[in-house]
Every structure is written in structure tokens, then in C-alpha cells.
Design a protein around this ligand. Structure first.
Ligand code: OOG
Ligand code: NI
Length: 564
């Protein structure tokens, strides 16, 4: 008899849908912000269907794009981190990339991190951080360890299910749903119950609020769940208006500006990037039109009306405002990802190890949004980091140290070309290539080159930019800092360990997937296939063929696997 195990993608869908329901129940502002996002995305889609005649998006497709999510948890003990890794492995989610948050400049935090996701279908992700206390003084470290050692986040049942999954190579449907339930009820839920008030207060006072958020609670509470937007500037201005931070008139003006900017950059490649079910032939059939300023203004006004409904009224809910500045590249620079958030809410906590329980308040859970663009090559990432360093330096001068301050818009990311082909030409991002139907080696001859981008320009190949599916340390640090209202930590002094990916791999007991190698392999495989089907592999210079073959196998980069 062959046993049918639950499909891991199906399990992920259940887990993330349940997490979202849980979060919506616990945080009403999250639930409403999802609705704001949906209405904004709907407006963008309407604008795009005028820009690209023939483009249609169904309600299901729209809620699928808006329904993509990532969450984040923060963990205290190494054994807990390993259990979390084994938990996500049951869902087909593996650790991707190593993020050292202890060394990202002014906003550093005492954690190292990785993100759990599937290799090929990455729409559900969890950013998981692990507290590192070696930069703290010995007594603080001991107090944290003592408190952490008392808790048991994983129940016997959860551990047994994970072990069963590892032994069997899967879980039947009932066990799978049980594991989801364990996640919702025990592992990721928020209880509002804390322990160790003195330690909590000392850590907050000493600028170590993140350690308090981890050590003084009894679960790995989910601190945010981030949906996807088709236009982050539109969503952010909508939220600012809805939270009562700007007036209606300003919103309509900003919304029109954001829509106009999207209309400027939303070419065929942008459409393929944002609507992942579209194919080259679909996009080719669209009839390109202009969207007039009048139409844009009408769309913005209609969105204002759509948001002015009784079921929203976000300003009536408790909140702590919206982040000052969007993380990531400038608007219009289509690389990596841009993120923003409403700030962490103040939530009541009870210190239950006191008689009677002492009341307190904690800010940890916030509402992030993100828009994803093209994955960068190491060269693209270096350029991005250079632009970012410039931005940080300027912000320090502008604001005398408070680097989250909004400055006048500066074109810091101007070195990046504005189109996919421009970015590919300078080898700043990755793409997958395929021959245009009907193309053959004679077209390659006519083009007189085997350069991939040139062949796209000559209509022999076509390409689709690879979307960035991972995270950004500096952006994550900005998110941490904004929500903890703590910029940098006492661990910047330099007398602490330097963390390596291998440290986290030892803790996990397995390798971490290097996503740069994975993106590069995806591009190389597509190119080898495309050249082969055009019959021109033998025209590639030897060194180029060898390079593509090595990249396709991820050689030297180690795309990750399980350590013995
Ligand atoms: C994680 C912040 C990182 C992101 O999107 O970069 C993150 C946290 O606050 O725990 O989620
Ligand atoms: Ni996030």
C-alpha cells in the first residue's frame, strides 16, 4: 500500500491562511489594512487595463497577488531555532540566506537571521531571527538565559509530529493539519502574557527592547504578516490618510502621483513581473495606450471614495502612526524590494509570574507592506549598497543622526537604468531567456552576436526578469528600528563575536540555501536551453560556455543541502 502524504504546498497554504486569520483576529488594524491594500491594487489594475488594452485581472487573481505573504518571528535559544527549522521543513520550507543584523550600521540589532521558504514557490516566507547575547554584559546575559531556559514553546505533540514527518518523509492530512494547529495555538500566537518584569524594564531602558520582546514571552509570536502591493506609494499614502496623518486632498494628489509614476514604468516587463501568471504572448497581445492625467485623477478620486466606507474607518483604531520613510530603493528603481509599515501597536501585557499579575504595555506587532522587483547580481547588489551608504551619510547630515528622517527626494539610485533591458545590459539583475517562437540560428547569424540582451533587442530571444524573493538586511534593520523605536544597540562596541553563516548552519544542523547562486543557476539554465534550441551552443566562446555550465550547476557556490 502506498501512503499519500499531504502536499507541502497545500500545507503551506493552510498554515499561512490560518496565520493570517489568527493575526486578523488579534490585530484589527491588520485585517483592515488588507482591505485597503486590495482596494489600492484594484485601482492599479484598472489603470493598467487602460494602459495595456486587453489586460484583465479577475478577483481571484487579484486576491492571489494581494494574498502573498511573509511573516517574522524572533527566537531566543539555539535549540528553539533548530526546532523551528525542522517545523518549517515539514512544510517544504528551507532556510534561505544568512542575515547578520549585528553589523548593518546605525540600525544594527543583536540578532542573526535566515528566511524559511520553498525554493521554487516562494510566496510564503518567514524571516526568523536568533538573539545573540554575547555583546551584553555577563549579568544581563545570565538573566536572559535563566528566563529563556524555563520555557517550552514546542509541545510534546508538535515534536512528535515533526519527528514522524522526518521518519516517514511526509505527514498524512490529519497530522499535517494538527501541525498547523500547533503553530497557530502554541508556537506563533500572541498571548499578552509576559514574565520577568524587572528584566523587561532593564532591557528596554538599556536599548535592548528586542531582547525583551524575545526573552520575556512564552511563544515565538508572529510580529507581522506582510502582503504584496502593486504600488507601494499608493498604499502608503492611503494608509497615512486612513490613519488620520494626512488630509483627503493630499491623499488624492499623492495617489494621482503614484499612479502616474506606475503608468510611466509599467511596460511589458513590469507586467510580467507583477502578474506572474501572464505569459509573453499575453503581454504581446496587449494594445499599448496612454493614460491621460484626467483619467489618473478620476481613478485617485474613485479610490478615495472606495476607502471612505464604514467598514474601514482605520482612524478610529488605536495606532502609533506610519513609518517616516520607505525602505529599499527609490520609487522607479526596479530592483530588490521596497517596504513600508504602520508602526508597532501598543498592546497590553500581563506579567503573570507576579501575584497579582502586573500590567504593562509592549510594542512589537506592526503592519508591513512590500513590493518586489528584480533580483540583483552581485554587481547590482554592490551598486545598491553603494547608493544606500550614500543615502545613510546624507540622512545623517540632514537630520543630525536620526537616519529615518524624511528628506527631500534625491535621486540616490539614479545609477540604475530604468528598464529591465537596461539593467540586464549592465549585468545588474537576472532574467530567464527563451527563443522567440519561430526563431532559428539564421536569426542569430543576422544579429551577428550571441550576447543575450542583444538577441532580445534583435527579437531572437525574449526574457522575463527574475523576481527577488528574499530580504534586505538594511531594510529589515530599518523595520526593526522603527518598530522598537531603538536605533542601534549597545552591541556596536566591537567586543563581540563576528557571526558567520556557518554558525547558523551549525545551529540549524543543515546548510543554508545561497539564493544568489540559485538565481544565477536559473538564468544560466535558461540560456543554455535557449542557445541549444536555436542550435548555436557551438558559437559560444569556450570560456562563456564553461561559465554558463558552472553557473547552471551552482558549482563553487553550494546551493544548499542537509548536513550529516
Ligand atoms: C523582522 C524584520 C525583517 C523584513 O521584511 O525585512 C523583516 C522583525 O522585525 O522581526 O521582516
Ligand atoms: Ni517583514
Amino acid at each position: 500500500m502506498t501512503l499519500e502524504y499531504a502536499d507541502t504546498r497545500e500545507m503551506q497554504r493552510h498554515l499561512f491562511a490560518e496565520l493570517s486569520t489568527m493575526f486578523a483576529r488579534e490585530v484589527p488594524l491588520y485585517d483592515k489594512s488588507l482591505e485597503v491594500n486590495l482596494r489600492c491594487n484594484c485601482t492599479v489594475a484598472r489603470m493598467l487595463s487602460r494602459l495595456h488594452g486587453g489586460f484583465r485581472v479577475s478577483d481571484e487573481e487579484l486576491s492571489a497577488t494581494s494574498g502573498e505573504r511573509h511573516g517574522a518571528i524572533r527566537i531566543g535559544r539555539e535549540d528553539e531555532f533548530r526546532w523551528i527549522s525542522r517545523y518549517f521543513a515539514c512544510f517544504g520550507m528551507e532556510p534561505h540566506n544568512f542575515y547578520d543584523m549585528t553589523s548593518v550600521g546605525a540600525k544594527s540589532q543583536p540578532v542573526i537571521a535566515t528566511a524559511f521558504r520553498s525554493r521554487n514557490e516562494p510566496e510564503n516566507r518567514i524571516f526568523a531571527s536568533l538573539l545573540r547575547t554575547d555583546g551584553f554584559d555577563a549579568s544581563t546575559r545570565e538573566r536572559i538565559d535563566a528566563l529563556l531556559s524555563q520555557r517550552q514553546v514546542f509541545s510534546e505533540r508538535a515534536m512528535a509530529l515533526i519527528e514522524r514527518c522526518e521518519v516517514q518523509g511526509g505527514l498524512d492530512f490529519e497530522d499535517a493539519m494538527d501541525l498547523v494547529r500547533e503553530g497557530i495555538q502554541r508556537i506563533f500566537g500572541w498571548t499578552g502574557e509576559a514574565r520577568g518584569r524587572e528584566l523587561y524594564e532593564d532591557l528596554c531602558r538599556d536599548g535592548l527592547k528586542i531582547a525583551a520582546d524575545i526573552a520575556c514571552f512564552s511563544s515565538h509570536h508572529l510580529n507581522h504578516l506582510t502582503p504584496n502591493t502593486l504600488c507601494i506609494d499608493l498604499y502608503s499614502t492611503a494608509m497615512r490618510w486612513q490613519l488620520g496623518l494626512i488630509a483627503r486632498g493630499e491623499f488624492v494628489q499623492n495617489a494621482a502621483g503614484a499612479l502616474a509614476q506606475t503608468a510611466r514604468i509599467a511596460d511589458a516587463h513590469w507586467m510580467l513581473l507583477h502578474f506572474r501568471w501572464l505569459r509573453h504572448d499575453d503581454v504581446k497581445a496587449f494594445v499599448r495606450d496612454d493614460v491621460r492625467p484626467r483619467d489618473i485623477h478620476d481613478l485617485a478620486s474613485a479610490l478615495a471614495e472606495a476607502l471612505e466606507t464604514d467598514d474601514l474607518r482605520l482612524w478610529e483604531l488605536d495606532h502609533n502612526g506610519y513609518k517616516d520613510a520607505t525602505e529599499g530603493p527609490d520609487c522607479g528603481t526596479q530592483i530588490l524590494l521596497r517596504q513600508d509599515a504602520y508602526r508597532a501597536l501598543s498592546e497590553p501585557v500581563r506579567f503573570i509570574d507576579e501575584q497579582p499579575a502586573a500590567e504593562g504595555s509592549h510594542t512589537a506587532r506592526f503592519g508591513e507592506i512590500e513590493q518586489r522587483f528584480y533580483a540583483t547580481t552581485p554587481r547590482g547588489r554592490d551598486l545598491y549598497n553603494g547608493c544606500l551608504a550614500l543615502q545613510e551619510a546624507e540622512a545623517r547630515i540632514d537630520a543630525g543622526g536620526a537616519s529615518d528622517a524624511p528628506g527631500p527626494p534625491k535621486k540616490r539610485f539614479a545609477p540604475f537604468p530604468g528598464s529591465l533591458l537596461g539593467l540586464l545590459e549592465e549585468q545588474l539583475v537576472y532574467a530567464v531567456y527563451e527563443p522567440v517562437p519561430g526563431a532559428s540560428y539564421t536569426d542569430v547569424d543576422r544579429a551577428g552576436t550571441v550576447d543575450a540582451v542583444e538577441l532580445v533587442r534583435h527579437g531572437v530571444l525574449r526574457c522575463k526578469g527574475i523576481r527577488y524573493e528574499d530580504f534586505l538586511p538594511a531594510s529589515a534593520a530599518g523595520i526593526f528600528a522603527s518598530n522598537l523605536e531603538q536605533y542601534g544597540t549597545a552591541t556596536e562596541s566591537g567586543d563581540r563575536d563576528v557571526y558567520e553563516q556557518s554558525d547558523l548552519e551549525r545551529i540549524l544542523g543543515r546548510e543554508i540555501v545561497d539564493t544568489d547562486a540559485a538565481y544565477r543557476a536559473e538564468q544560466a539554465i535558461s540560456l543554455l536551453d535557449a542557445y541549444a534550441s536555436l542550435g548555436v551552443l557551438d558559437r559560444l566562446p569556450d570560456h562563456r560556455l564553461g561559465e554558463l555550465e558552472r553557473e547552471a550547476h551552482g558549482i563553487g557556490e553550494g546551493v544548499g543541502g542537509v548536513l550529516a
